[in-house]
Design a protein around this ligand. Sequence first.
Ligand code: CA
Length: 437
Amino acid sequence: MRQIDATHDPGLTSWVGSANRPGSDFPLQNLPFAVFRRAGSREPLRCGVGIGDEILDLTMLGAAARGDGEVAEALAACAAPALNELMALGPGAARALRHWLSRRLRAGAGQTEALAAALVAQSQAELALPARIGDYTDFYTSIHHATAVGRLFRPEQPLLPNYRWVPIAYHGRASSIGVSGQQVRRPHGQLMPRGAERPQLRASERLDYELELGVLIGAGNALGEPIPIERAEAHVFGLCLLNDWSARDVQAWEYQPLGPFLAKNFATTISPWVVTLEALAPFRVPWRRSEEDPAPLAYLDSPALRELGAIDITLEVALESAAMRAHAVAPVRMAQAGFRDSYWSIAQMVAHHTVNGCNLQPGDLLGTGTQSGPRPEQAGSLLELTAGGTRAVSLPGGEQRLFLADGDRVILSAWCERPGFARIGFGQAAGTVVAAD
Ligand code: CA
């Protein structure tokens, strides 16, 4: 479990002025990682850190870190076109780099010339996928989402009996994961229209979003060696936003008996910024279970989990239709949910994923599953928000939605706030639906 330390001091400000603006997602206390190059250039992709409205190019700092072995090693890993090499070094490297950057980016720091010369405006940068994602697994950690969706698909038994014991997941598809800005073509699929006698192949009419967090794995484990829950978070590099686009009509017809397949694997959009577990240390909260629920099996339980195993992150999904965009109407919030309400924690996801000896690798992505809160308006998908496509929601300008329309732009965001600490944010994961072929 990462500790609160000098890098979280709310009194710290930066000589990068935009980092001190109230409401900035990237104050000095955050320092999220990304992979970038100057927009329109043929420069190699490389690793950077967000500070205010800028990206600090980590490949230009080697000389400044000479003599500090751990930091120099971390910076050398950042010359790669993805964060995998840095992730593979484990939490010590990210922590050392965080402390080094925090000291040099704070107001009053000396010898800032090398860092100032390494700043690139985010508005002039092209952000890429933060990691080479070898494998992608999507969990189902919100019991509120699982119950609401289960009620629609199986009214007689909304929550299956294994849910309270097993952190449910399926293996997703890594090849179709894109970064914020992704254009998502409406997929075709096999579906069974209501009342029809045989299925048809046609464009999905029930395209949906899912409001999730992504967990990016740091150091991996060897095949055959499970990661115990006490050490699970040492294998996590950080978190991003994740939109698990879903074709509900395809899903309803195909999902039994093996779970999601083509309803999910046509596109997944993640944010370019990875917020580290170090940055999230001030926002840890106890992980709790209600009295009626069974205690987890021993391999999914630990004193540290119960003390501070959850993280208080607010997630939001907003929508902007093509008409709203044409009339310069701001995106409208569809829902907010809290990751602290998640039934399973990040450490439990990692411990469970590896309990059979399955090996995780640096850059692997674990989705948390749709995060929905206990109240109906906290639904992290349209499927829940519109009660299975039966109750339309209104957009500014009078448009209505049961599911997504062509031209709709879906924007996920998230942030952490706590009295006595600086607010930090995750940036955005946005994607736009384009018409089927
Ligand atoms: Ca999902």
